[in-house]
Unconditional design. Structure first.
Lengths: 514, 118
C-alpha cells in the first residue's frame, strides 16, 4: 500500500490552481452537457474555460480567514454602538427613513444575490467561474446578515423596520427590487452575471453604496458606515467578477457580442430604474446632504460609465440604449419619486415630509434648471395645505409599468411636464410601460413579463387581503384591509413624519422638543 | 424574440380580464403632476362615460384647486395617446373601452399650481 508523501508547501499560484482548476474534472458516467445543462442554452459560446482569468486568486481557505477577521471587527463595532446608545447620535430621526428604505428594499436583494450566485455557480462548467460565484454567494449572505444585525438596533427604537422581510414579498413599491432580481434569477447563468455582476455591481453599484454609506457617515450612523466598510472589499471582488465575465464572453466568440449587448441594454435600464429609490433618498431623506443625485450621476455614471463603454468599444459593444434617457432624467427623477411616496404615504411603512426652507434652497441650487420651475411650487402647496390640516394622501391605486413595476410617474424625455406612456398589444391584452426601454424589454420576452406580479392588479384581483376578509361586508375599507395584509402598524409605520411617533420619541430621548 | 429556455416556455398571463371583478381602466390628468401618476380603476363596463366626471374623478382629483375649474365641455380626451371623442351618455363599453385601456384628459387653460404643470 502506498503512503502519500507530504509534498513541499505549494506557492500561491500553484495553490490557487490546485484549489480551483484542480477541483474540477471531466465527467465520464454522464456527458458534461447533461451535468451542466444551463451554461449553453442562452446561446453563449465558450470554447476554452481556462481563459477565464481570476484576478484576485482567492482560495476558499484564505477567504474564510479574511472574512472571519472582518466579522470580528464589525461585530465589535455593532456591540459598542448598542451599548453606547448610538442611535441617539444620528442627525435627526428623519434620517432613519433612509435606513428603513435600505433594510426594506436593498438588504433582501443581498439575500436574493446569495441565492442567485449559488445557482449560477452550480451552472458553470468552468471552475474559475464556479469558485468566484461560490464566494460571492457567501459574501451576499454575509452582507444580508450584517445589515440585518446592524439595523436591528434601530428596530428596537423606531417604527417601519419590524416586518421588512414580510413586506418585501408584498408591499407595492418593494415589488420593484423584488421583480428586478426575480427577472435576473430566472434568466440563465450568463444573463444573471451580466445583470447583477456587470450592470449592477460594476456599472451602477457606486451609485447605491456611496450615497447610502456617505449618507450614513454624514448623519452620524456609524453602525451602517461600518457594515459598509466591511462589505467594501467584497464589492471590489464582485465588480471584478462582473467585468471579467463580460470580457470572457466577448472574447470567446464573436456570436456572443449581440447577445451580451442586448443584455446590457436591458439590465442597464432595469438597474437604472431601480436606482430611482436611491435618487430620492439622496435628495430628500438625508437631513445632512452629501451630494445631489445629479452630481452623483455625473460623477459615477457619466464619468466612469462613459469611460467603460469606450473601453468595451473594441469588442463591438456600444453604450446601452437607455444611456441618454438616463442622463436626461438626472434633473427630475428624485423629485418625481419623492412625490410618489408623498402621495402614497398612507400605504408605505416609512415617513415622508416636505423639505425645510434650507433644504428647498439646497434643491434649487443643485437643480437650477428644473427644481423651481417644476417641483418647488407643488412642494410649497403641499406644505401650506398640510399646515392648514389638509395633508394630501392618495387613496386610489396607481397605474404601474409592467416591466419595472414602478408607478407611471416618469416623464417624456425632454418634456418634464408630460407623463411618458407606452403600450404593447400581446395575445389580445394591452400592456403599459413607463419608457421606450421598459417596453422594449417586454417586447423582447413577452412570455416572461405577462407573468408580472403587479401589486395594484393583485390587490384588485383580491389576492392581497388576509384569509377570511370579506370585501362584501358593510363599511369594508380595501386600503385598510391591504395594510392589514401587509402587517403594517397603521398610524405608526406610515403617514407624514410630522407628528409621527418616531419624531416624538427621538425628541424626547434627546431632551428636545418637537 | 422569445424567452431562451431549456424546454417549452408557456405560462398563463396574470392580468387577463377574467381575473378581475370588472375591467381595469387607467386614467391620467394631463399637466397636473401633483398626482404623481395615472390611476388604475376597476369600473363596470355599463357605467355611462359621463359618470367619470361626476362620480369617479372628483374623489380622485378633487384635492387640486384646478379641478373645480374644469369646464367638462371643453375637456380634450385621449385614448392610447390619440385624440378621442367619447360620448358621455353612452357606457364605457359602448365607447369602445376595453380591459386595461389607458385614457387621459386635458383641461385647456389649467396648468397646475402656479403654472408648474403640477
Amino acid at each position: 500500500m502506498d503512503t502519500r508523501v507530504l509534498k513541499k508547501k505549494l506557492g500561491l499560484k500553484d495553490r490557487y490552481a490546485a484549489m480551483t482548476r484542480g477541483l474540477g474534472w471531466q465527467t465520464t458516467y454522464q456527458p458534461m452537457d447533461k451535468v451542466y445543462p444551463y451554461d449553453t442554452y442562452e446561446g453563449i459560446k465558450i470554447h476554452d474555460w481556462d481563459k477565464w482569468e481570476d484576478p484576485f486568486r482567492l482560495t476558499m481557505d484564505a477567504y474564510w480567514k479574511y472574512q472571519g477577521e472582518k466579522e470580528r471587527k464589525l461585530y465589535a463595532v455593532i456591540d459598542a454602538f448598542a451599548q453606547n446608545n448610538g442611535q441617539l447620535g444620528i442627525s435627526d430621526a428623519r434620517y432613519i427613513n433612509a435606513l428603513k428604505l435600505f433594510v426594506q428594499g436593498v438588504s433582501p436583494l443581498e439575500y436574493c444575490a446569495h441565492r442567485g450566485f449559488a445557482h449560477a455557480g452550480r451552472a458553470f462548467r468552468g471552475e474559475g467561474a464556479r469558485v468566484a460565484c461560490q464566494m460571492q454567494s457567501i459574501d451576499e449572505l454575509r452582507h444580508y446578515q450584517t445589515q440585518a444585525h446592524t439595523i436591528s438596533q434601530y428596530n428596537k427604537y423606531f417604527n417601519g423596520i419590524h416586518k421588512s422581510n414580510h413586506w418585501f414579498d408584498r408591499v407595492w413599491y418593494l415589488s420593484v427590487p423584488k421583480s428586478f432580481f426575480e427577472d435576473a434569477m430566472t434568466a440563465g447563468p450568463f444573463e444573471f452575471l451580466t445583470s447583477v455582476s456587470f450592470s449592477f455591481e460594476y456599472v451602477l453599484t457606486n451609485l447605491l453604496f456611496v450615497p447610502f454609506m456617505s449618507g450614513a457617515a454624514h448623519n452620524g450612523d456609524m453602525a451602517t458606515v461600518t457594515f459598509g466598510f466591511s462589505a467594501q472589499s467584497d464589492e471590489s471582488r464582485h465588480m471584478t467578477l462582473g467585468i471579467e465575465c463580460i470580457k470572457f464572453m466577448l472574447e470567446q466568440d464573436p456570436a456572443n457580442v449581440p447577445i451580451v449587448q442586448r443584455w446590457m441594454d436591458k439590465w442597464f435600464w432595469r438597474g437604472y430604474r431601480l436606482l430611482t429609490l436611491v435618487a430620492m433618498m439622496q435628495d430628500y431623506m438625508l437631513p445632512r446632504r452629501v451630494m445631489s443625485w445629479k452630481e452623483a450621476w455625473e460623477m459615477y455614471a457619466e464619468g466612469n460609465g462613459g469611460a467603460l463603454f469606450k473601453d468595451l468599444a473594441r469588442y463591438g459593444i456600444r453604450e446601452p440604449k437607455g444611456w441618454k434617457d438616463a442622463c436626461e432624467g438626472k434633473d427630475h427623477i428624485s423629485h418625481q419619486a419623492w412625490n410618489v411616496f408623498y402621495n402614497f404615504n398612507a400605504a408605505a411603512p416609512f415617513h415622508t415630509w416636505t423639505p425645510t426652507d434650507d433644504e428647498l434652497a439646497w434643491l434649487s441650487q443643485k437643480y437650477p434648471d428644473s427644481f423651481d420651475k417644476y417641483h418647488r411650487p407643488r412642494i410649497e402647496y403641499f406644505r401650506e395645505q398640510h399646515a392648514a390640516g389638509n395633508r394630501y394622501y392618495s387613496k386610489t391605486l396607481p397605474m404601474l409599468c409592467t416591466t419595472c413595476q414602478i408607478p407611471m410617474f416618469f416623464t417624456e424625455p425632454g418634456d418634464p411636464t408630460k407623463i411618458c406612456y407606452r403600450e404593447s398589444d400581446h395575445d389580445g391584452d394591452k400592456y403599459h410601460f413607463c419608457s421606450d426601454h421598459c417596453k422594449e424589454i417586454f417586447d423582447d420576452e413577452p412570455e416572461k413579463f405577462v407573468q408580472s406580479w403587479l401589486p395594484v392588479h393583485q390587490i384588485y384581483q383580491g389576492n392581497c387581503f388576509k384569509p377570511g376578509t370579506d370585501p362584501t361586508k358593510d363599511g369594508f375599507d380595501p386600503l385598510l384591509a391591504v395594510l392589514e395584509y401587509y402587517e403594517m402598524n397603521v398610524g405608526r409605520d406610515n403617514f407624514d413624519f410630522e407628528g409621527s411617533e418616531d419624531q416624538k420619541n427621538f425628541a424626547a430621548w434627546r431632551g428636545g422638543r418637537v | 424574440m422569445t424567452v431562451a429556455a431549456v424546454k417549452e416556455y408557456s405560462f398563463p398571463a396574470r392580468d387577463t380580464r377574467d381575473r378581475f371583478p370588472a375591467p381595469l381602466l387607467y386614467i391620467g390628468w394631463e399637466d397636473h403632476l401633483l398626482f404623481c401618476s395615472p390611476y388604475c380603476l376597476p369600473l363596470p363596463p355599463d357605467m355611462p362615460f359621463g359618470a367619470l366626471a361626476t362620480q369617479v374623478l372628483p374623489g380622485i382629483y378633487g384635492y387640486h384647486p384646478d379641478f373645480a375649474k374644469i369646464d367638462w365641455a371643453k375637456v380634450e380626451w385621449f385614448k392610447s395617446g390619440k385624440p378621442w371623442k367619447p360620448d358621455p351618455a353612452r357606457s364605457l363599453a359602448d365607447n369602445g373601452l376595453k380591459h386595461k385601456d389607458a385614457i387621459r384628459f386635458r383641461s385647456p387653460g389649467l396648468t397646475g399650481i402656479k403654472g408648474s404643470f403640477s
